[in-house]
Design a protein. Structure first.
Length: 346
């Protein structure tokens, strides 16, 4: 079981970029000091929902500030990029980090960003799959050629070559869409899923897609993530969880294209049928005292079959001091218990 952190780098109030980046760098360094396994960074463009627009640049800097923690993209929206350029950037970070890169890929869901880059957002998965095939081939570190429907390349070699052979590649998938899951498994990709549905309705993909897992070309990992807040009391955690509403409102308004972006800021409002604080605590986040958080995490891991969980400690407008206290409490009281055999702690 690996436990990492996820950096969205949002700012509801539109804080200065220097402030948001300084906070993210300190969080990553603290995560390594506290024993977390990974730090993952998002990729979004032109919006205060996330200031992380160039994840490989950020990870290259983090490679110099850290020694052990693994460095991941969660996720690179592949259709916004030439896959060969993604391969080059990934290989560069892998070299600079001493082989610590985890490459998370997906399609991205915000039409707002596609439009501003002059790219049509399509539901066609075939071009995306072909781009993934090309990207993975380029990361093998050997000369290759490629003949596909959308991409044709004569003999090519990417420089630099990655240090890891192979680089771990993750795909963001919807666990309820069999062709998407099976496509990723057939390519030997690790799976990111389960971050949106209620915890009680999570799908264990290892069971649901047992035949596809058995046919995968190698071992496959499953990762998931949630907002996390560990407090001294349930009351403290409940107050913090209200900040998660901003992230949810912003993400859903952008996903379903009813939100407005004005001067780089997404305008959010309460959503129809929005869950109560009790429902959020029970089904959507990991929040409470250390014992409560541990029980919730075990629910998530049992329900999803995941062997990697990423904590989004910084959500909404939580202060840096609140985030740091939550991370330290998690590391002191939750992380050790997660690493013990369940039979000893259940």
């Amino acid at each position: 079981m690996d436990i990492g952190i996820f950096l969205l780098m949002q700012s509801p109030e539109g804080a200065p970029s220097q402030e948001v980046y300084g906070r993210a760098l300190r969080s990553a360094q603290l995560a390594e000091a506290l024993g977390f396994s990974h730090v993952w960074v998002a990729e979004h463009h032109f919006i205060n929902y996330s200031y992380s627009s160039q994840p490989f640049v950020l990870l290259a800097h983090l490679a110099a500030l850290t020694e052990r923690i693994r460095l991941g993209t969660a996720i690179v929206p592949v259709p916004l990029h030439n896959p060969l350029l993604v391969a080059e950037q990934a290989a560069t970070v892998d070299q600079l980090s001493g082989g610590r890169l985890e490459l998370g890929l997906g399609k991205g869901y915000q039409r707002f960003q596609y439009e501003r880059l002059g790219i049509e957002k399509s539901d066609d998965h075939a071009r995306y799959d072909e781009a993934i095939d090309l990207l993975c081939l380029a990361l093998r570190g050997r000369p290759f050629s490629f003949e596909g429907r959308w991409f044709q390349l004569p003999e090519t070699l990417v420089y630099p070559q990655p240090l890891q052979r192979p680089v771990p590649v993750w795909a963001a998938v919807n666990s309820t869409v069999p062709p998407v899951v099976e496509s990723a498994l057939s390519r030997g990709l690790h799976l990111f899923s389960g971050a949106l549905e209620p915890i009680s309705k999570m799908i264990d993909m290892r069971r649901r897609y047992a035949a596809a897992f058995a046919g995968a070309p190698g071992p496959v990992r499953i990762g998931t993530q949630r907002p996390v807040f560990v407090g001294e009391s349930e009351a403290e955690a409940r107050a913090a969880v209200e900040q998660a509403r901003w992230n949810a409102r912003a993400a859903l308004s952008l996903r379903h294209e009813f939100g407005r972006v004005e001067q780089g800021r997404v305008t959010v409002a309460p959503l129809p049928g929005e869950p109560s604080t009790d429902e959020i605590m029970a089904e959507h986040v990991v929040a409470g005292t250390p014992d409560q958080c541990l029980r919730q995490l075990r629910r998530i891991l049992a329900g999803s079959g995941a062997d990697l969980f990423n904590c989004n400690f910084c959500f909404g407008a939580l202060s840096e001091a609140q985030v740091e206290r939550s991370m330290r409490l998690f590391a002191e009281a939750v992380l050790p218990a997660l690493r013990e055999p369940v039979a000893q702690t259940a």
